[in-house]
Design a binder for this molecule. Structure first.
Ligand SMILES: [Zn+2]
Length: 142
């Protein structure tokens, strides 16, 4: 599978460190404003909606759907030469409105991905010690 998300995970900054620490423990958690309840992703020091800085990290069940996607045909970096074509999906969640997570669907060929496809979280370990939230199609519930 493509290494793009993996590459993005290598350099967490002060805002994203907590997110990646949870991911390492196979917990998908998103930052939620303690004042107005809005989710923040990518993580930020202040709420986009109300400006408050107080937040907590709320675990989600990992059920959601394809909000958008694109199919990559050209290997922009040598590391993904063997993986093209592959789909990059934007996932939205049942229990974290407003969050859009960029990831991949593991069990679906790119030409079968469609907007609205029901997904569930799968923890992937593409290389030892590198844990990534990826997704599988939920069958028979559409
Ligand atoms: Zn807020």
């Amino acid at each position: 599978m493509p290494a793009l998300v993996e590459l993005a995970s290598i350099h967490p900054d002060v805002q994203t460190r907590a997110y990646w620490e949870f991911v390492k423990a196979r917990e998908l958690r998103f930052q939620k404003c303690e004042v107005c309840g809005a989710f923040r992703f990518p993580p930020l020091s202040g709420c986009r909606d109300c400006g408050a800085s107080q937040s907590s990290w709320v675990a989600v069940a990992g059920r959601g759907r394809v909000f958008s996607y694109t199919v990559v045909h050209h290997p922009a970096i040598p590391e993904v030469r063997e993986d093209v074509p592959y789909a990059v999906v934007v996932v939205e969640f049942d229990d974290a409105p407003g969050v859009h997570l960029v990831s991949n669907v593991l069990d679906v060929p790119p030409e079968e991905i469609e907007i609205g496809m029901q997904l569930e979280l799968v923890w992937d370990e593409p290389s030892p010690g590198v844990i990534l939230p990826r997704f599988a199609r939920v069958r028979g519930e559409e």
